[in-house]
Design a protein around this ligand. Structure first.
Ligand code: AQP
Length: 330
């Protein structure tokens, strides 16, 4: 049985990196796989950085993340969409995986190295994050995992964990594969300082008011060699051009490419053109989100139903796992 799984952290409003890197693939794969496409808001992952997680905000952000995904095109009656913490089997399988994963494997994860550097005393959950992620995926025996490129190493480790489990306890899990949107592998942050990421505060939110988006675009860096309006620019070192490739039509992309190189268009006008594309793209999503926010019962009911569907699969896979590991069944 072929299945898709992916998760998204409720650590803030979803941004255009999440949207193009992952959420759009959720929708496309959802149309192909139906209920066998399984998505969840990974609230257990969201608390692995306690310094950044805010208990008062987490529940609301979790609900908002569901709203954003539904507004972006996921139909919860056609796919399986739920909250990670509502399915305790994730934690149970994560523990078993923790027991077969060497600490050294976890310590060499780039995300762990980056994040742990911010702590004097590193929370153990930050180290165990990839074991929980492996459990998220393998609990549904998913073979297809739509993610951004930043998750490549974690998917590789998931494959390794599946091999280890099979070796110790007998063939149980197939090795899942990551699926990327090749046009949005790693969307840069609006500060020009690497990957757009909720935790870095360098995002353009898909539900953010367009006036706020404009303020961010206005301040965004462009080709540093283009000092004066009359200097020709290089679109391929400009994040505004990266964003055009996501939001603008082909004619506009070709126009800004050509006119930037010849200084026919200035950076401000180029940014205004980008805002037009963003407005056309994001307005329907924002309107749909408004409608969903006005109907919280619909969102909560959808999540309850998704939890039931997820638990049905998770329960039977865990039964098999418990037996293979040798836990006594009474
Ligand atoms: N910039 C990005 N470009 C392409 N894909 C991205 N993803 C995240 N950022 C980009 C993909 O989105 C999915 C959800 O990831 P997440 O919730 O872990 O995203 P985040 O915005 O990176 O969240 P945080 O809370 O700020 O986490 P950290 O600090 O870990 O980056 C994933 O499939 C991800 O690949």
């Amino acid at each position: 049985m072929s299945r898709v799984f992916s998760g998204i952290q409720p650590t803030g409003d979803p941004h255009i990196g999440n949207y193009f890197g992952a959420m759009r693939n959720y929708v496309t794969l959802g149309e192909q796989y139906g209920k066998n496409s399984i998505y969840c808001v990974v609230d257990l992952h969201a608390i692995t950085n306690p310094a950044a997680s805010d208990p008062a905000a987490l529940a609301q952000q979790t609900l908002d993340m569901a709203v954003a995904n539904f507004a972006a095109g996921l139909d919860p009656s056609k796919v399986t969409f739920f909250l990670q913490s509502q399915v305790p089997e994730h934690q149970e399988l994560a523990w078993i995986f923790t027991c077969i994963t060497p600490v050294g494997e976890l310590e060499r994860m780039t995300q762990y190295k980056d994040k742990s550097a911010q702590f004097e005393s590193v929370p153990a959950g930050l180290l165990m994050y990839p074991a929980l992620m492996a459990a998220d995926i393998l609990l549904y025996k998913a073979d297809t995992v739509p993610v951004g490129e930043d998750q490549t190493q974690h998917i590789e480790l998931t494959r390794e964990i599946a091999r280890k489990f099979n070796h110790h306890f007998g063939q149980t899990f197939d090795e899942p594969k990551a699926v990327y949107n090749k046009d949005a592998l790693r969307i840069p942050g609006v500060d020009g300082q690497g990957k757009m990421s909720k935790s870095k505060g360098n995002t353009i939110g898909i539900l953010e008011p367009l006036d706020d988006i404009w303020q961010k675009l206005r301040a965004a860096p462009t080709d540093p060699a283009r000092v004066r309006r009359t200097d020709p620019g290089n679109p391929h070192v400009c994040l505004i051009f990266d964003y055009h490739k996501l939001f603008s039509d082909l004619d506009t992309i070709q126009m800004v490419d050509r006119e930037c190189r010849t200084a026919g268009i200035g950076c401000v006008d180029c940014k205004k053109k980008l805002l037009e594309g963003m407005t056309a793209h994001l307005t329907p999503i924002q309107q749909r989100a408004e409608e969903l926010r006005a109907d919280p019962d619909y969102v909560r009911d959808a999540l309850r139903q998704g939890t039931k569907e997820a638990r049905a699969i998770a329960g039977s896979v865990m039964e098999e796992v418990r037996e293979k590991v040798g836990f006594l069944k009474l």
